[in-house]
Design a protein around this ligand. Structure first.
Ligand code: GTP
Ligand code: MG
Length: 213
C-alpha cells in the first residue's frame, strides 16, 4: 500500500496556482510543422472537436480572457497556437477536428498537421483531450484517442462546459467517460470536469499540468 496522499493535495493545487499565475506569452501560430519552436520545455497540447472549448480553456487556465482567440463559429483556430507559460511549460492550442462544414482540403490539412504534431513532438508530456460534457465521447474523439494510444502519447480527458449540466447528469457523464477511457492504454484514469465560464475544475487541471512542468 502506498502512503501517498490522494491527488491533489493542497500543495499540488498551490503548485498549479503558482505556475499559472506566471506570465503567459503567445509565441507563434504554426501552420507547418517545421515552424515549431525547438525547445526543451515540457509541452501540453489541447485537442478536441471543433467548438468544444479548447481556446476558452487555455484562457481560463492562464486567467487571460483574450490570450487564445475563441469563437461561436467552429473552426476558429486554424493553426497550432503556441504559448509559453512562465518559462516552464509550453501550451499548444490545436485546431479542432470533426468540423463537417469546413472545406475538405482544409480539414485534411489541419488533420495532417495535428496528427504529425501529436505523433512527432518529443517534448509533448500530455494531451488534454477535450470532450463536451453534454455530448460525451464521439467517434472522432475515439479515433483521436486510438491514434494517441498507438503513438504512446499520454492523454487525459477533460470535460468542458460542465456548467450546462446538472449535478446528476454531470456525475453520470464523468462515470461513463471514465469507463470508456479505461479501455484506452494511454489515457490517464482521472477525468477532469471543467467549466471555462464558472472556473469549475480549473484549479484541479492546473494542478495536473503543473505536475508535468
Ligand atoms: P475551434 O478553435 O473552432 O476548434 O473551437 P475551440 O474548441 O477553441 O472552442 P472555443 O474556445 O472557441 O469555444 C467555442 C464556444 O464555446 C464559444 O462560444 C465559447 O464561449 C463556448 N464555451 C467554451 N467553453 C465553455 C464553457 O465552459 N461553458 C460554456 N457554457 N460555454 C463555453
Ligand atoms: Mg480554438
Amino acid at each position: 500500500m502506498s502512503s501517498e496522499p490522494p491527488f491533489p493535495t493542497e500543495d499540488d493545487l498551490e503548485r498549479g496556482r503558482l505556475l499559472f499565475a506566471q506570465e503567459c506569452e503567445f509565441l507563434l501560430g504554426v501552420a507547418d510543422l517545421h515552424q515549431l519552436p525547438g525547445s526543451d520545455l515540457a509541452e501540453v497540447a489541447f485537442a478536441g472537436r471543433s467548438n468544444v472549448g479548447k481556446s476558452s480553456l487555455v484562457n481560463a487556465l492562464t486567467g487571460r480572457k483574450t490570450l487564445a482567440r475563441t469563437s461561436n463559429t467552429p473552426g476558429r483556430t486554424q493553426q497550432i497556437n503556441v504559448f509559453e507559460l512562465g518559462g516552464r511549460l509550453i501550451l499548444s492550442d490545436l485546431p479542432g477536428y470533426g468540423f463537417a462544414e469546413a472545406p475538405k482540403p482544409l480539414v485534411q490539412k489541419w488533420t495532417n498537421l495535428v496528427r504529425a504534431y501529436l505523433r512527432g513532438r518529443v517534448q509533448l508530456r500530455r494531451v488534454c483531450v477535450l470532450v463536451d460534457a453534454r455530448h460525451g465521447i464521439k467517434p472522432s474523439d475515439t479515433e483521436m484517442m486510438k491514434m494517441l494510444d498507438a503513438a504512446a502519447v499520454g492523454y487525459q480527458v477533460v470535460l468542458t462546459k460542465c456548467d450546462k449540466l446538472g449535478p446528476t447528469a454531470r456525475a453520470e457523464r464523468i462515470a461513463e467517460v471514465a469507463a470508456q477511457a479505461a479501455r484506452h492504454v494511454a489515457a490517464h484514469p482521472e477525468i477532469v470536469p471543467t467549466s471555462s465560464v464558472t472556473g469549475d475544475g480549473i484549479p484541479l487541471l492546473r494542478a495536473h499540468l503543473a505536475a508535468l512542468a
